[in-house]
Design a protein around this ligand. Structure first.
Ligand SMILES: [Zn+2]
Length: 99
């Protein structure tokens, strides 16, 4: 999942709780603990800057899903419209969005 520009991967799950590990794993010691949708604990600062491209990509995906829910346009049409204003990074990621 994505939080504050950082990507996290699941380290372990305990009931509704999840321990997340920064994707930078090896060098970065930052961890998140969530319970349901709530962040209950955060350990250590990241040793690297947030991934801005990942943030843009994530926000765009959310935007497309939202638009698709609210409008009569097909998701395909909305993706096309969004990509006209998006960066090359997003275009590269495009195939995985619709899979
Ligand atoms: Zn990190």
């Amino acid at each position: 999942m994505m939080e504050g520009g950082y990507m996290y991967t699941v380290q372990r799950r305990i009931g509704d709780g999840v321990h997340w590990q920064c994707e930078e794993g090896g060098t970065c010691k930052s961890r998140l603990h969530t319970n349901g949708t709530e962040i209950v604990n955060r350990t250590s600062e990241h040793t690297h800057p947030p991934d801005e491209q990942a943030v843009i990509c994530c926000e765009t995906k959310v935007g497309i899903k939202k638009k698709a829910r609210e409008s009569q346009d097909s998701a395909h049409h909305i993706v096309g419209e969004t990509l006209q204003t998006a960066s090359g990074v997003l275009v590269l990621n495009y195939p995985s969005w619709t899979a």
